[in-house]
Design a protein around this ligand. Structure first.
Ligand SMILES: [Zn+2]
Length: 300
């Protein structure tokens, strides 16, 4: 999506991503290459570099952050349109609450297996995400790890969403050709379906009752990421000096760092540490294990 919009000449893109590039991403994330994965570059940084290489005139703001209730107002400030490149419903419900509350349009996008789905949301005009999915649809969240993702499903949903974004950016939400349906496509079985999303659902928690429970949430100290055996820890407020931490961890395992991330290997675990104190611990899905590794090597 960022590639399509950047090449189309959209003047400004803010890229928010908490993750770093891994070899397993290259199968479908077409902005990245092996050098990015070898460096473990944060995705937002790697994407901004690639976009600058093909269009140096647009403003790209990379933000290596986990979008949470505590930072969403700052991270999305001044944004005309939000595009969903996330992989989890927790973040999508947070975006939906924010977008409905502030009347910012957004485009929901998801892909799993060979299945792609997208919905344009114009708050107060059309259905919001909570109108359609009052609770997270289990099939879309849980199957990611086992099903994998067909790269053309990702590219299809990105192409549709980027096109809808361009229609909105040139014509506003009144643009006649903007889709007002939930569109689902299964590229393998050639099945597709559209259901109307032209009107908000009566009694919707978010756009009807304006109960923004995800926006009011206290953030998420631990998250198990989709698609891999890992836990994210986000509980430090104090920034970390990666060079200093590199020295400290050296006696305990293999360490490597650059300006954006530090990686620490201690069998069977791999810890990736960001300057804001956030960590992704690979090799476990047990929150208690991840917590204790963090406490032992980073601090409490
Ligand atoms: Zn709604």
């Amino acid at each position: 999506m960022a590639s399509l919009l950047g090449r189309a000449g959209v003047g400004g893109l803010r890229l928010i991503d908490r993750d770093y590039v891994e070899p397993s991403n290259l199968q479908r994330q077409s902005l990245f290459d092996e050098a990015d994965a070898a460096e473990s570059l944060p995705k937002a940084i790697a994407a901004a570099r690639k976009i600058a290489a093909f269009n140096s005139e647009i403003v790209v703001e990379p933000k290596v952050e986990d979008l949470i209730p505590g930072n969403i107002e700052v991270l999305l400030e001044g944004i005309d349109l939000i595009l969903d490149g996330t992989d989890n419903f927790e973040t999508r419900y947070l975006i939906n609450d924010y977008a409905v509350d502030r009347s910012v349009p957004w485009v929901y996008c998801a892909a799993v297996g060979s299945y792609a789905v997208t919905l344009n949301i114009f708050p107060a005009e059309t259905a919001c995400l909570a109108c359609i999915f009052p609770d997270s649809p289990g099939g879309l969240v849980e199957t990611c790890e086992t099903a994998g993702i067909l790269n053309s499903a990702v590219n299809l949903v990105a192409s549709i969403a980027a096109t809808e974004a361009l229609k909105f950016l040139v014509g506003g939400s009144e643009a006649r050709t903007l889709r007002r349906t939930l569109l689902a496509f299964d590229l393998w079985s050639n099945e597709h379906a559209e259901i109307s999303a032209a009107k908000p659902r009566v009694g919707c928690r978010a756009c009807g009752a304006r109960d923004f429970l995800h926006l009011a949430g206290e953030g998420r100290p631990h998250i198990t990421l989709c698609g891999r055996n890992s836990v994210q820890i986000h509980e430090r407020k104090r920034p970390i000096d990666l060079s200093e931490m590199d020295q400290r961890l050296r006696p305990h395992g293999t360490v490597r760092h650059n300006d954006f991330v530090l990686k620490f290997w201690r069998e069977p675990y791999e810890m990736t540490l960001f300057p804001d104190g956030r960590a992704i611990i690979k090799g476990t899905t047990d929150i208690a294990v991840a917590r204790s590794l963090y406490a032992r090597y980073v601090g409490t």
